[in-house]
Design a protein around this ligand. Structure first.
Ligand code: G3H
Length: 478
């Protein structure tokens, strides 16, 4: 069956013996766009077995050679940005320009991993024993960073390529092998990206990509005894994975409810443009999207007017036309978002625009005067719907932010840097941005969530370190 994309195992493109496939629905047309192999547990076993063998050789490959191959893969990926971006447009309805940006950013990320890896993995420590009480200078300890083994990477639909390479790059430079389970929406973009690694000439079995239904292979992958580390980005499936996973390092990034706290002295034009960028880019389908605005009552009317004027200018339509607002990823996602909107309506939120939906396309909507009893005050819509809560004190804003079960990022707008620092310290989130919308990048910055937003810290340097362990050798003198 020629029109089903093959999966990648043992350095080859293969069909699953299951003979089954999974359809990928184009969010814009709502019709099947592509098909991928429905791999079974048997194929997963094979991939794990070869990943283990390939890793042993790879760990012995000189670091500079590993870096060279990664640079090669990065260049090939950038050369193929157009067809990969085209898949993103069709699979996840990401606007055309942003799709290209995602691929280019991914190439840069891989190169940066190679550069960062040769520096940080090229250094170890040398310790002497006589600093600890009771010891003479008779023990010399040498440490270095060694790979973990097989890393399982599970990226989400919203950045299938970028959030895959943010796991693949650090894993490979550190000497690990990698098994990729792409999201269904975005799987074909991932397969194309993996092909760039194939073309770069990585050893057989070092990287593999298994597609299929989560219900069939999800738990089997995450609980597989061959896996030595899991790096997952997505929704609350991550919480289930961490409960079931064995005694292995986990890196999890599971969404957020990023608050935007606006003080009375803020530059409201700057705030409005950041709310638009932060709340509505990729139709709000980013874990770091601004998901609740907490604005001081005295400036709320002015801010809401400014944001409303900008919302009116957002273009709504297809990703091919590079519209600002494009269809959300699936019908069930659109239904969920609509549920949040209806709940807010019933409980008396002020609609700054009228609610409009056609298929999976939802028009941008700002909800003012949102109250804590509304679901939208707490839940993550992953859509172009943004609640505004009016506050009468900064403490109220901090309290709302910290009452969330999420703690990814947040932002504060004020001209008073001293106040901003105090509020930043009080906010229980992994990152606080002062005078800008939340964002993961630049990709070497640390990126981490507190509470239900995740485990561990990402960003290139942290991921490389997390995907290694310390090995010491102690020389004992007579
Ligand atoms: O969706 C989660 C991503 O990690 C957010 O990345 O801030 O670059 O959009 P971004």
């Amino acid at each position: 069956d020629g029109d089903v994309f093959k999966y990648y195992s043992e350095g080859e493109w293969k069909k699953s013996p299951s003979g089954k496939s999974v359809s990928i629905i184009n969010p814009t047309t709502r019709k099947p766009q592509y098909k991928v192999q429905a791999c079974t547990q048997q194929e997963v076993n094979k991939v794990m077995e070869t990943a283990k063998i390939a890793q042993k050789q790879w760990a012995k490959t000189p670091l500079w050679k590993r870096a060279e191959l990664l640079h090669k893969a990065a260049a090939i990926l950038k050369e193929h940005k157009a067809p990969i971006a085209d898949c993103l447009v069709k699979e996840i309805a990401k606007p055309a320009k942003d799709s290209v940006t995602e691929v280019v950013r991914s190439g840069d990320l891989i190169s940066y991993c190679a550069e960062e890896g040769v520096r940080i993995l090229g250094e170890g420590k040398f310790l002497v024993s006589d600093s600890f009480p009771g010891n003479e200078r008779t023990k010399y300890c040498l440490t270095s960073k060694v790979p973990l083994g097989v890393v399982l990477a599970i990226p989400p639909f919203n950045y299938p390529v970028n959030l895959a390479v943010s796991k693949i790059g650090p894993a490979l430079i550190a000497g690990n092998s990698l098994v990729l389970k792409p999201p269904t929406q975005g799987a074909v973009a991932c397969l194309h990206m993996v092909h760039c690694f194939h073309l770069a000439g990585f050893p057989k079995g070092l990287i593999s990509c298994v597609t299929g239904k989560g219900s069939e292979i999800g738990d089997f992958l995450t609980m597989h005894p061959g896996v030595n580390c899991i790096s997952f980005t997505g929704g609350d499936t991550g919480i289930a994975i961490s409960k079931k996973a064995g005694m292995i390092p986990l890196q999890m990034e599971l969404g957020g409810k990023d608050a935007c706290i606006v003080l009375e002295d803020a530059d409201l034009d700057l705030v409005a443009s950041n709310i638009i960028k932060g709340g509505f880019s990729y139709s709000g389908q980013r874990c770091t999207a601004v998901k609740v605005v907490l604005v001081m009552e005295s400036v709320a009317d002015t801010l809401v007017e400014k944001v409303k004027a900008k919302v009116a200018k957002l273009t709504v339509g297809s990703p091919e036309d590079d519209c600002d607002i494009t269809p959300v990823v699936s019908e069930s996602s659109a239904n969920f978002i609509e549920g949040l909107v209806m709940d807010a309506k019933q409980k008396g939120a002020t609609f700054c625009q009228s609610y409009k939906r056609e298929g999976n396309l939802i028009w941008p909507l700002l909800l003012d005067n949102v109250q804590p009893d509304m679901r939208i005050a707490w839940e993550e819509p992953f859509g172009p719907i943004l609640p505004v809560i009016r506050i009468t004190s900064v403490e109220e804003g901090i309290h709302h932010c910290n009452a969330s079960n999420f703690g990814l990022q947040g932002c504060i707008f004020t001209r008073d840097i001293n106040k901003a620092m105090l509020i930043s310290d009080a906010m229980e989130t992994g990152t606080v941005q002062i005078n800008s919308a939340p964002a993961r990048g630049p990709d070497h910055f640390p990126f981490q969530g507190l509470k239900d937003s995740g485990i561990g810290s990402q960003g290139i340097t942290n991921s490389i370190n997390m995907m290694t362990k310390i090995k010491s050798t102690v020389i004992n003198l007579p």
